[in-house]
Design a binder for this molecule. Structure first.
Ligand code: SAH
Length: 251
């Protein structure tokens, strides 16, 4: 049997948002590898082994997946959203780079998924309709100073932004500092969207101004979208407003 390794994105939560390509790979797999809550999204079946691991062991997990594929298994490494966005695809390539060159002949494919900021954007309207960027607010893998620098420059360039991993129990204070930094540089009317657990039963979307934003509005299941200076609301009677960013900008 010749093995392969697929690194797949499961999308933001709803099974309707898993691509047919990813479903097909999951149906062919002998082994699923990933962080516990993502592996739990896969239905068990005979012939399929589920390997759950903790969040902090990405490289170990990637190496394990490569070893199994090398030995002939059909392995799917699962991430939420898209596997290339703050997720397992880079970890697998980092592991591959450090392994013997013969491993590079393995059949390895990355299958995209719908990333959280795009799922959240669609729910709100089109806040990312002009230029935008994504910033991971966790300082587990980079110094805080790098986060602040990127944030300042993104605000200066007037990008709309998506913040991943905004706030956790281990990092309760960073997001408050991010809001302070935004308040120094942006109008108090700047639009923010706190999109929690998008496309799941716990989904919650809050559209607020920068003046109203509070650190407690975000947790690890939230992606925070920040509009550019041009992002605006279309009010609707009895319904959530649409948020959108016009496609054009003048100097
Ligand atoms: N690879 C994932 C991101 C992993 S980082 C992706 O492409 O979406 C984990 C962060 O993603 C969370 O802290 C949160 O900011 C965001 N996230 C993931 N799923 C989400 C969802 N359903 N709703 C809102 N945010 C989500």
């Amino acid at each position: 049997m010749s093995g392969w390794l697929v690194i797949a994105g499961l999308g933001p939560g709803d099974v309707e948002l898993v691509t047919p390509e990813v479903s097909h790979a999951l149906a062919q797999a002998t082994d699923i590898v990933g962080y516990i809550p993502y592996v739990r999204r896969i239905a068990p079946r005979p012939g399929l082994t589920l390997h759950e691991s903790d969040n902090r062991v990405e490289l170990e997990r990637a190496r394990h997946a490569l070893e199994m594929a090398q030995a002939g298994a059909r392995v799917v490494v699962v991430s939420s959203g898209d596997p290339g966005v703050f997720a397992m695809a880079s970890a697998v390539f980092e592991a591959l780079e450090a392994e013997p060159a013969v491993w590079r002949a393995l059949d390895i494919r990355v299958l995209p998924g719908i990333t959280a900021m795009l799922a959240a954007s669609a729910r709100a309207g089109a806040p990312l309709g002009h230029d935008f960027c994504a910033i991971n607010l966790s300082d587990n893998l980079k110094p805080w100073a790098v986060i602040e620098k990127r944030l300042r420059l993104a605000v200066e360039a007037d990008f709309a932004m998506g913040f991943y991993n905004p706030r956790s129990r281990a990092r309760p204070d960073g997001f408050g500092r991010v809001l302070d930094l935004l308040r120094e540089a942006c109008d108090p009317e700047r639009v923010l969207i706190f999109a929690r657990a998008v496309s799941t039963a716990e989904e919650d979307l809050r559209i607020v101004t920068l003046a109203e934003a509070q650190p407690e509005m975000a947790d690890m299941r939230t992606v925070v979208l920040v509009g550019s200076s041009r992002t605006r609301l279309i009010a609707r009677d009895g319904a959530r407003p649409f948020v959108y960013t016009p496609r054009s900008v003048s100097e």
